[in-house]
Design a protein around this ligand. Structure first.
Ligand SMILES: *Cc1c(COP(=O)(O)O)cnc(C)c1O
Length: 481
């Protein structure tokens, strides 16, 4: 199946090559030249892993034996065979995406990506090992480490800002096991670590390297495609529970950062799933809310540090894919991305904005708003959610109030409340005490919700990766791996 760059329809690759390359050579992202015919009703009948197999074989047909890869990726890694269960809470349905090995939704994709990469490498006859390089502000690094650990032919190296991640997030990474993993702190903030990684990619581009460098972020179609499954799974859960009839449209509200998760929802719709409105929820960093409401994307603004750090982002890379899919005009997209790069903003043509607004609705909620939602959902409905999920809930509520839309509403829950116990405790009227581990226990005592095993075990695990280096030492560090 042919993929091409969002910035040039003639820059093409088959699906295995697109997964191997990640980013297209012109800086664009790979999109399918045409979506395959897909039997969405049949897909809905299988288990979560069957759904993943159907969807991934349709979108990445050049990667063989997909069923086997899917089982290898997920078997025994999630708290439930269902992978991503849906629970009804009040008038909404919460799609719980946090039952994987690191308790964040990124597990769904990052368990699968290593399988896709190794299979793509085999399919293309690439002999070289792959070295995954990632800078993380917390969640991605750990999910990538868990996904890639002990995968043959791949090594992974994660850099995080020294002092810039939570105590629990640090503990998750420095205790990482596996014979192919490296974790190192960098003196500086997240941008320093990320810039350092970008510089390493640039410095190694034309060098003879023992390993082929690759990245684990959602610019790779192999990271995006595995996320489509859970939109189908939630739909099926609502069918099974008698909440909808086959063919009814369902709205989804998605806590959004890099626009990968919500774009997977749009692709689910393109594959035939009856998706109604996709609601794009942001925190105080509301660049996407402004864009979807006005058509102007403007990253020239301060970046706020919030209680939902995985959504603290000003450039949402995957939006570029949506711009292409709705305009089918690579020249237009290339021009807009050039403007974004050079002047920090762009405005889409009126017709394109109308198409975006027909599919998406957007809203945001700051930390105070998220506190109120978490408190209300706990006090009135007895359900504990994390600050990212709270922004999704807030946007869903505002959407229903403003439009009166009565279609079923699924709110995607992207992280376990135990990843952010301090903010959650405050929201439900408690005074957080002690360190992150004490707060997890405190939250457990108040709510009775079980602490995910991977987080409960952390405190007693051995620290294996305690190195700290300067920015300037990152390249020699990587060359020495
Ligand atoms: C990454 C992340 C998001 C944002 O997802 P995108 O695909 O980047 O839009 C939301 N919530 C949590 C907890 C995350 O880790």
């Amino acid at each position: 199946m042919i993929y091409h760059s969002t910035r040039s329809a003639s820059l093409q690759a088959d699906s295995a090559q697109a997964v191997l390359e990640g980013l297209a050579a012109d800086g664009g992202l790979y999109v399918p030249a045409a979506l395959p015919a897909f039997d969405w009703k049949k897909c809905l009948r299988g288990s979560a892993m069957d759904m993943a197999t159907d969807i991934l074989s349709a979108l990445l047909p050049d990667i063989p034996e997909m069923g086997q890869l899917v089982r290898k990726a997920y078997t025994g890694k999630f708290a439930t065979e269902e992978l991503t269960p849906t629970v009804s809470v009040g008038d909404f349905h919460v799609l719980e995406l946090f039952h994987g090995p690191t308790s964040a939704f990124k597990d769904v994709a990052l368990c699968m990506l290593p399988q896709l990469l190794t299979a793509a490498r085999r399919a293309k006859g690439v002999e070289q090992d792959i070295l995954i390089l990632t800078a993380t502000s917390g969640d991605t690094g750990k999910a990538a480490l868990e996904g890639f650990k002990d995968v043959d032919g791949i090594k992974i190296c994660v850099f995080y800002p020294d002092g810039g991640v939570s105590q629990v997030q640090r503990a998750q990474m420095v205790t990482q096991e596996g014979n192919n993993v490296t974790v190192c702190a960098v003196v500086g903030n997240f941008d320093d670590a990320q810039t350092g990684v970008k510089n390493i990619f640039a410095a190694c581009r034309d060098k003879e390297m023992p390993s082929r460098l690759s990245s684990a972020n959602s610019i790779n179609i192999g990271r995006l495609a595995p996320q489509i499954m859970y939109y189908f799974k939630a739909y099926r859960d609502l069918l099974d529970a008698g909440k909808i009839a086959l063919g009814d449209e369902v709205n989804y509200s998605v806590p959004t950062g890099n626009f990968g998760d919500i774009l997977a929802g749009y692709l689910a719709k393109k594959l035939g799933l009856p998706v109604g409105k996709l609601i794009c929820a942001s925190n105080a960093n509301k660049v996407l809310t402004d864009f979807i409401q006005t058509g102007t994307y403007d990253r020239m603004r301060p970046l706020y540090k919030t209680d939902s750090p995985s959504m603290d982002i000003l450039v949402s890379s995957n939006l570029e894919r949506l711009l292409y899919l709705l305009s089918e005009d690579a020249e237009l997209v290339a021009g807009l991305m050039k403007q974004l790069n050079e002047s920090g903003s762009y405005t889409v043509p009126t017709e394109l904005l109308a198409k975006i607004q027909a599919e998406f609705w957007a809203d945001y909620c700051d930390d105070d708003g998220a506190q109120k939602i978490m408190g209300k959902v706990w006090n009135e409905l007895g359900y504990v959610c994390d600050p990212h999920t709270a922004s999704g809930w807030a946007a869903a509520e505002n959407y229903v109030n403003q439009t009166g839309d009565t279609r079923a509403m699924v709110v995607l829950s992207t992280a376990s409340p135990y990843k952010f116990p301090e903010a959650v405790l405050r929201a439900i009227g408690q005074t957080p005490a002690g360190d992150g581990f004490n707060q997890m226990e405190q939250l457990n005592a108040v709510t009775g919700v079980a602490i995910p095993k991977n987080l409960a075990n952390l405190r007693t695990k051995t620290e294996r990766h305690t190195g700290v280096i300067e920015k300037g030492e990152m390249l020699p560090f990587v060359l020495g791996l």
